[in-house]
Design a protein around this ligand. Sequence first.
Ligand SMILES: C[S@@+](CC[C@H](N)C(=O)[O-])C[C@H]1O[C@@H](n2cnc3c(N)ncnc32)[C@H](O)[C@@H]1O
Length: 201
Amino acid sequence: MRIRQHVNPNQVHFARFRGERPELDGRAVELEVGCADAQFLFERAARDPSRHYVGLEIREDLVDLVNRRARSLGAPVRAVFCQAQLHMTEILPPGSVDRVYVNFPDPWFKRRHHERRMVDAALAAGIAGVARSGAELFVQSDVWDIALDAMATFERDERFANCAGEWTFWRGGNPYGVRSWREQNAEETGLAIWRILYRRR
Ligand SMILES: C[S@@+](CC[C@H](N)C(=O)[O-])C[C@H]1O[C@@H](n2cnc3c(N)ncnc32)[C@H](O)[C@@H]1O
């Protein structure tokens, strides 16, 4: 199957939510925004199958692949087709998420494409809406500008507190014991990775 490399999240095609909401049952929920193949979530689920793992993804083919894989493995992983900045609070109930990961968001390097970047005030509002008080928010990127922009976004939002201190990157590495596809790739090619860790107030 041919998977598209990138899609423009601002296309009108993505404006209305057409995905399927995950069925939750009170167990803890971990959420990855922009999950792609959900390697990170599948590995988290293998370590602790007692939780729900929800991935939000704008490429529909990948959503289908992830959900087929989850069914065949019997893994508690579920991908949801959506435009995360627009639909997060339609997908998940308020305060239902215990941890949020934003792993290696697309950099959209060209200046005219910056408006396609995923981490912005709307995404922060969505995360604040679905995360419970005390929930962790972990962001990582191998692109300095993206990491700094993400930090600026969450520093400006009073609903989040930086665990490392204001305007400070997280130096404790990835504390979750698994790696996303992009993270594995960045580490294997020796790229620097910038990380930030917040708590929902
Ligand atoms: C560079 S990939 C990283 C994938 C994975 N998190 C990793 O670290 O390997 C970024 C992913 O975010 C998805 N994405 C980009 N904008 C999005 C949006 N607005 N809503 C949902 N997913 C989005 C892309 O389709 C892509 O799969």
